[in-house]
Design a binder for this molecule. Structure first.
Ligand SMILES: N[C@@H](CCC(=O)N[C@@H](CS)C(=O)NCC(=O)O)C(=O)O
Length: 206
């Protein structure tokens, strides 16, 4: 059976968990990372030398990097649904996965960490505000893209929605001012209706 290592409040672990729920593939999850430790144990480092979560094990094959785990699971279990068979649709999904990691998360992460995982007295309010503004700006690109489609790569959910969906949940749940980005909001509401998203992603921030 597939084994996923990682704590459930990690954005990167949530990508894999939501994906597994969408695919309805049996798996077991093992706590690792954060307060659970494990990631510095030699046995874990042998699977993932970065000492980070998530790590996926599939019949002796160990895989790390959350977007790659999502791609692997979708290619193996979701061809024609989460993993588009059409080359251009698949590239579109891939594009938004990479964009989430390279462009959204570096801006959103300081807002999330600053407001959720940093004691109030230690917060750098100016840095949080600057990152909030920049995140608003980049999410404007996604908002415009979603004006003409239900999901990032077309009419149905694909792997392209998964990393962004996990990140945007944080954005929506943070106690901050957000300008109205109507298409983004409608897409987020659509994700919120999915059982796997409710189970592992749309939860209180911690
Ligand atoms: N690029 C990696 C980043 C993984 C990563 O930074 N994971 C964080 C959690 S989101 C982590 O392991 N932090 C240390 C810990 O939880 O102990 C991926 O996408 O999988």
């Amino acid at each position: 059976m597939l084994k996923l290592w990682g704590r459930t409040n990690s954005v990167n672990v949530q990508k894999a968990l939501w994906c597994l729920e969408e695919l309805q593939v049996p798996y077991e999850r093992v706590e690792a990372g954060g307060q659970f430790g494990v990631v510095n144990e030699p046995a874990y480092r042998a699977l993932n030398p970065n000492g980070l979560v998530p790590t996926l094990e599939d019949d002796g094959f160990a895989l790390w990097e959350s977007n790659v785990i999502v791609r692997y699971l979708c290619a193996k279990h979701g061809a024609g649904s989460l993993w588009p068979e059409d080359l251009k649709a698949r590239a579109e999904a891939d594009k938004w996965m990479d964009w989430a990691t390279t462009t959204v998360w570096p801006n959103l992460r300081p807002v999330f960490w600053g407001l959720v995982r940093t004691p109030e007295a230690e917060r750098d309010v100016n840095a949080i505000n600057a990152a909030r503004k920049k995140t608003t700006e980049v999410l404007g690109i996604l908002d415009a893209h979603l004006a003409t489609r239900r999901y990032v790569a077309g009419p149905a959910l694909t792997m392209g929605d998964i990393p962004l969906g996990c990140m945007v949940q944080r954005w929506m749940a943070l106690p901050i001012r957000r300008p109205e980005q109507k298409n983004l909001g409608t897409w987020f509401e659509r994700l919120c209706q999915r059982p796997g998203y409710q189970k592992y992603v749309n939860l209180p921030l911690s």
